[in-house]
Design a protein around this ligand. Structure first.
Ligand code: SAH
Length: 205
């Protein structure tokens, strides 16, 4: 409840997003050592030098995607699986790609335990997207692209789709960007929120 109040204070106004955050047990997605901190509004380590994103960032990016329940969503960077679990409450199916095999295995176990049946996972390089399942209604990148979002991801987005990603220098400022296309197919780019993310890395680990 305290977390939900904090998210409201941070400008998360979409009630469906807040309800989804309320229904996903974040404590299941963090290492045992950090369970007591699971409902603090901060990122936590999950192994392999990676982090589970801060709840306000998860909420903000989810809100920025403007999801509806019929959509198919691609997530790059499964990590703990928490963001995918939140998306799964708000859309038809989540396809999520992770380059660390052991992180992916743990996330898969949690999806099973928590009976989250509409998340499909893949081990691989998310910079290439998931061409066999394209096109997607929405794409969410949860690791920071240095400078530009990989072109392959835009190619796998529907013409009326939305892509949300943190973009910027790994050591400098990053912002959440939202990309969509206007009626003439021109790319619309919106810079939404300053953030700090682990970098998007080329290849499998
Ligand atoms: N969405 C996650 C947060 C993940 S942190 C969560 O809710 O917990 C970013 C993740 O992106 C890390 O797990 C990292 O291993 C992964 N990653 C980085 N580069 C990648 C790439 N090229 N392909 C797939 N995953 C990548």
């Amino acid at each position: 409840m305290r977390l939900i109040m904090e998210l409201r204070g941070d400008g998360i106004s979409d009630r469906r997003v807040l309800a989804a955050i309320e229904r996903v047990r974040r404590e299941e997605f963090v290492p045992d050592l950090f369970r007591k901190d699971a409902y603090d509004n901060r990122a936590l380590p999950i192994g392999n030098g990676q982090t589970i994103s801060q709840p306000s960032v998860v909420a903000f990016m989810t809100q920025a995607l403007k999801l509806d329940t019929r959509m198919r969503v691609l997530e790059i960077g499964t990590g703990s699986g928490y963001q995918a679990a939140v998306l799964a409450k708000l859309c038809a199916r989540v396809y999520t790609v992770e380059r660390h095999r052991d992180l992916l295995r743990e996330a898969q176990q949690i999806f099973e335990q928590q009976r989250i049946g509409n998340v499909t996972t893949r081990f691989g390089d998310g910079m290439k997207g998931w061409p066999e399942q394209a096109p997607f209604d929405r794409i969410l990148v949860t690791a920071a692209a240095d400078g530009v979002v990989p072109a392959a991801l835009f190619e796998q987005l529907r013409p009326d789709g939305i892509l949300v990603a943190p973009v910027g220098n790994a050591f400098g400022t990053q912002h959440i960007f939202r990309y969509s296309f206007d009626a003439d197919g021109e790319l619309i780019e919106e810079r939404l929120w300053p953030v700090r993310f682990v970098p998007l890395v080329v290849g499998k680990s």
